[in-house]
Design a protein around this ligand. Structure first.
Ligand SMILES: O=c1[nH]c(=O)c2ncn([C@@H]3O[C@H](COP(=O)(O)OP(=O)(O)OP(=O)(O)O)[C@@H](O)[C@H]3O)c2[nH]1
Ligand SMILES: [Mg+2]
Length: 198
């Protein structure tokens, strides 16, 4: 079975990539699966693209094989795009999904439903040693709920209601999420590249 390395240490993302790549008959291996201890890449960029490239190029340079990275986050209109590229650590270090959700709900407590629009953004980058990094961007539009609901997924899934649904992403579960997510919408744009990998 063909294999792709995903430069992530996020368990939730790693799980989703395993399922998304299985459809193409490819095994997605994350940094959590490798016995080799790889350094934490500092995400010092000011865009999703810059941070994704830091991760895929950094790990591809070390391993000298093709590597994909995902830099993603939640962009909330009423908060001028926050938490954005700072989504993982919105409530500070160490990263804590629960605290991040509490901070978002607190910041939006006086904001009415129609102004709670938001989107998940995912930038995938693929770095092959000696080649120019390629980028694909996917979105998932929705609104922010008033309270958390559901137990699937990770991050902000318990407070994100995708457009066209009346349940949170965490209530919908992985089957539905993998049909509509920002990650999946970025992945489908890489289909040609994925076929060649086979
Ligand atoms: O509810 C969510 N459902 C998602 O599908 C999703 N995708 C991203 N996010 C949020 O955005 C951060 C990414 O930050 P990020 O790209 O730097 O990743 P990370 O630091 O968690 O891991 P790594 O891949 O860098 O190792 C994550 O931690 C989450 O808070 C999501 N939240
Ligand atoms: Mg990160």
């Amino acid at each position: 079975m063909k294999e792709i390395i995903i430069a992530t240490k996020n368990e939730g993302k790693a799980k989703e990539f395993k399922v998304l790549f299985e459809r193409y008959g490819i095994k997605a291996t994350s940094l959590l699966d490798l016995v080799q201890e790889l350094p934490d890449i500092e995400e010092t960029g000011s865009t999703f693209e810059e941070n994704s490239a830091l991760k895929s190029e950094g790990i591809a340079n070390i391993l000298q094989i093709p590597v994909m990275a995902d830099d993603s986050g939640l962009v909330i209109d009423a908060l001028d795009g926050e938490p954005g590229i700072f989504s993982a650590r919105y409530a500070g270090e160490p990263k804590d999904d629960k605290k991040n959700i509490v901070k978002v709900l607190e910041n939006l407590k006086d904001v009415p439903t129609e102004e709670r629009t938001a989107r998940f953004v995912c930038v995938l980058s693929v770095s092959i040693p000696g080649e120019t990094t390629i980028f694909k961007k996917g979105y998932c539009e929705g609104t922010i709920a008033f309270e958390e609901k559901g137990s699937h997924g990770f991050g902000y899934d318990p407070i994100f209601i995708p457009d066209g649904y009346n349940q949170t992403m965490a209530e919908l579960g992985p089957g539905e999420k993998n049909k509509i997510s920002h990650r999946r919408n970025a992945m489908v744009q890489l289909e040609d590249w994925i076929q060649n990998l086979r």
